[in-house]
Design a protein around this ligand. Structure first.
Ligand SMILES: Cc1cc2nc3c(=O)[nH]c(=O)nc-3n(C[C@H](O)[C@H](O)[C@H](O)COP(=O)(O)OP(=O)(O)OC[C@H]3O[C@@H](n4cnc5c(N)ncnc54)[C@H](O)[C@@H]3O)c2cc1C
Length: 597
């Protein structure tokens, strides 16, 4: 292994215990009351060990070998060691970590599952994509599945015996699911015959498990056109009877795997359904709703993938910057006994490292905050609290998905830059992170789709309920800390931004009334602006939590000074995004298509 990985347990624990006070939160959440710090720590320690010792060593070999496809059998072989690692994962009970106990899971909250996932993905993102979709399938089946489906499929997915997939994309239909053509014809026994081609299906075929459970979007014969005519079906690779027995091979086959830029150990499959037996999940023509249950969890999970890659790349860039000697500091030699100073003394190398550090630690704080909201949404008995958590999760999901993955592109690129030419050389292992990160802004809804979801749906259609709640919390935090010396300079900026955010949202809303294209023209800048303000809030909260914690002074100082870099050097990016939003859509739409070139 040419790059290293050490799970960032200290920062994860800081987020859980000091920033988010999960012990207090869990004490009042049904199903989590008995969860002690010792248990959580034990889970985190074991996950760190598994990630570092089992998964991390397979990351580079997995990238080099990739998956192989046997055309005659339609089978996919994953890179060496991947299946054995999966067996160990299942054996240790990781597959059902956050799944409901009623179906054989361990019922741990998402707030504990999220850092486990981060560690797995840092160690080996390609491997992490295989169990990823099982998590989403579990959610969809739990919420929308019939009892026999839960018995027959859910328990085996939760145990890790089988894995799940999510089959949406077709050759002509990606972001626009309304275009999908896959058909579902009713059979006499109550099942459906599914026919069509799905592409880019992650883990559509592999050698980990004896069966693979596809969750497939398709159209019933009389379905209305567009997204209102889509239903969700469960289509196993091997048929499964209502008694749960696994039967003969179903008519679904992998037709090819993609050769791609990164994530080479993850099988990206063309899946051909040729009258395959499928079972409807949820109501007819309401498949998109059911799929959204999966998609929100999956979108937050992809945000964590971005965080995970940024963390791994940063750790290596930091070590390199401490060791590599080049030139002297501009203000004079810092290590006169050495032939040159290490890279870390140089201003722009420090900027690159600090940029990664603030985006990672801020992103982790924000991502785990969202995980606590998901737990409240799923477990609280207080209907008002559930409603608020739901609105906040729905508002934060596109921000976290897009921001943490856009940041991953920036962070992995900066980490490579810290290595100079050596970063560009495959043997160093750094270019893999950049290649692997590139997909995260594309799948599970591109950044553009997240931006439209945020501004078009969550703000315009839902009247910004989530934004209002978020701003209320931000405002209450500012009011509480206005006298806090350690937050000097941060609170006034945050308060001003909160007001500006609300005003900017209103201004776009006004323009959109007369011209809906204004939403599309502003959406990306609005999303990034929102992301940077949300990260500023996460950083200010982190400083306050560190100050109030029993951590040593060095830890508190690191949080304080890193936050200062965020506020001084990264937060000003909101100026550009605001100016772009305020400029409106005229210049975006003025140039006739024919004059583009
Ligand atoms: C490695 C990999 C794994 C994948 N795994 C899965 C999987 O497991 N299951 C699955 O179903 N799919 C999967 N996908 C598919 C993925 O989700 C889609 O590629 C993605 O949703 C984008 O769809 P598209 O590629 O058709 O691009 P298009 O939808 O054609 O979009 C092309 C470009 O136009 C932009 N765009 C489109 N519409 C708008 C708009 N209205 N406003 C602004 N911009 C717009 C997009 O952002 C993008 O930049 C995977 C893809 C890859 C490459």
């Amino acid at each position: 292994m040419t790059t290293h990985y050490t799970a960032p347990l200290a920062d994860i624990r800081f987020c859980l215990y000091d920033l988010l006070d999960v012990e207090k939160l869990f004490a009042k959440l049904p199903g989590c009351e008995g969860l002690t710090r010792d248990t959580i720590d034990a889970v985190l320690d074991e996950a760190a060990k598994f990630s570092q010792t089992v998964l991390a060593p397979l990351n580079e070999t997995g990238d080099r070998q990739g998956c192989t496809f046997d055309k005659s059998s339609g089978e996919v072989k994953t890179p060496e060691g991947f299946k054995h690692a999966y067996d160990q994962y299942v054996e240790a009970g990781w597959a059902g970590l956050t799944a409901p106990e009623a179906f054989g899971g361990q019922g741990l909250p998402e707030t504990v599952g999220a850092p486990v996932k981060e560690m797995i993905d840092s160690a080996n993102l390609a491997w992490g994509t295989y169990p990823l979709l099982s998590h989403g399938a579990t959610e969809a089946l739990r919420v929308h599945g019939e009892d026999w489906q839960k018995e027959a499929f859910l328990k085996r997915i939760v145990s890790g015996e089988w894995t799940g997939t999510m089959c949406l994309t077709e050759p002509h239909c990606g972001s626009d699911l309304g275009l999908l053509k896959t058909r579902a014809e009713p059979n006499e026994d109550g099942s459906h015959a599914i026919s069509g081609t799905k592409i880019f299906i992650t883990a559509g075929e592999h050698d980990f498990t004896g069966n693979i459970v596809h969750l497939v979007l398709a159209r019933l014969p009389d379905a209305p056109k567009g997204v209102k005519g889509i239903s969700l079906f469960i289509v196993p690779k091997f048929k499964v009877g209502k008694d749960g027995r696994q039967g003969e091979r179903n008519a679904v086959r992998c037709g090819a795997i993609e050769h791609k830029m990164g994530l080479k150990g993850s099988a990206t499959c063309v899946m051909n359904f040729d009258g395959a037996q499928g079972w409807l999940i949820g109501e007819p023509n309401r498949g998109l709703n059911a799929m959204f249950t999966m998609m929100n969890t999956a979108r937050l999970a992809v945000g964590l993938q971005g965080l995970a890659l940024s963390e791994r790349a940063y750790q290596n860039a930091l070590s390199y910057a401490r060791e590599r000697l080049q030139m002297r500091a501009l203000s004079g030699a810092k290590f006169p006994d050495k032939p040159a100073d290490p890279l870390i003394v140089h201003g722009d190398v420090r900027r690159m490292l600090l940029t990664q550090k603030v985006l990672i630690e801020g992103g982790r704080a924000l991502g785990l905050y969202a995980a606590t909201l998901v737990d409240i949404q799923h477990r609280s008995q207080d209907a008002e609290e559930v409603k608020r958590a739901e609105a906040l999760v729905s508002f934060l999901t596109p921000i976290i998905k897009a921001m943490l993955t856009e940041n991953a592109n920036e962070c992995t690129s900066l980490a490579l830059q810290v290595y100079g030419g050596h970063g560009y050389i495959a043997e160093q292992g750094m270019e893999q992170y950049l290649r692997d990160a590139r997909i995260t802004t594309i799948y599970e809804g591109t950044t553009q789709i997240q931006a439209l979801d945020l501004l078009g749906r969550k703000i315009m259609q839902q009247r910004g309920e989530g934004l209002q709640l978020f701003l209320e919390r931000l405002g209450a935090f500012c009011a509480r800390h206005v006298e806090n010396e350690s937050l000097k300079g941060f609170i006034s900026k945050l308060s001003a931004l909160a007001k500006e955010w609300g005003d900017a949202t209103q201004a776009i809303g006004m323009r959109a009334v007369s011209n809906a294209d204004e939403v599309g023209a502003a959406a990306f800048d609005y999303l990034m602006y929102s992301g940077y303000v949300a990260l500023a809030y996460a950083w200010a909260r982190s400083v306050a939590a560190a100050e109030a914690s029993p951590h040593p002074e060095g830890f508190k100082q690191a949080k304080r000074l890193t936050a200062r870099f965020y506020f001084d050097r990264i937060l000003p990016r909101t100026r550009t995004h605001l100016a772009a939003m305020q400029a409106g859509g005229d210049s975006v739409f003025a140039l006739p298509d024919a004059l583009f070139g």
